[in-house]
Design a binder for this molecule. Sequence first.
Ligand code: SF4
Ligand code: SF4
Length: 209
Amino acid sequence: MPCGPSIRWKHSRPRAKGIIDSCHVQTAMTTTPPDILDNYRQLVAKVDALCSSITTHLAGELHCRAGCSSCCISITIFPVEAAAMVRLLKTLPDQQSREIRAHVTRQKGGARCPLLRDERCLLYEARPIICRTHGLPIVYTQEGAQISDCCPLNLTGTTSLSGSDVVNLDTLNTLLTAINATYLAQSPHPPLQDRIAIADIIETATSDR
Ligand code: SF4
Ligand code: SF4
């Protein structure tokens, strides 16, 4: 079912580098979570389900594929997203995590995401929220105006979309900000930065390997 009315569609701005939101996503707070990342995992599941649904619906108009990676630019992410990335990194064999660290250090400071190697994400399972929406139509508010956008490779002939096929970044940002705040309140050693560069996350997490 649509979550909103149809919208006129056009690529109006470069892709937002912040975090995105969806009208399908609902806050997934629990009072006593058994794991500090449970709320974030629930959000990821909701976002993945939404993105999967939109991808299926717009399949003929999307051209995302393995090996296409112009969307993978260098970004900073919330501490809760960083924690999920570190959690995955810690499960990898030492040799693999050392290789990731070496690659990230070589790529650090560039315009492309340092986790991109051979056009693929080295920590795809733990990619941040915004990466999960890559390629899909988005809307967000900027200076009071609603901006619609999408990767320029997709939806090139589209002029109208159902509201259920658009990711609402404002909603998603609100949810992610709330979940991040809960994570920080529960974390015994919360980071000082509001957002963290991916290269710094990887280098810090692998400094003992
Ligand atoms: S974290 Fe992975 S998916 Fe996200 S921008 Fe970097 S390489 Fe791309
Ligand atoms: S968002 Fe654009 S650049 Fe990224 S995989 Fe999809 S088509 Fe390729």
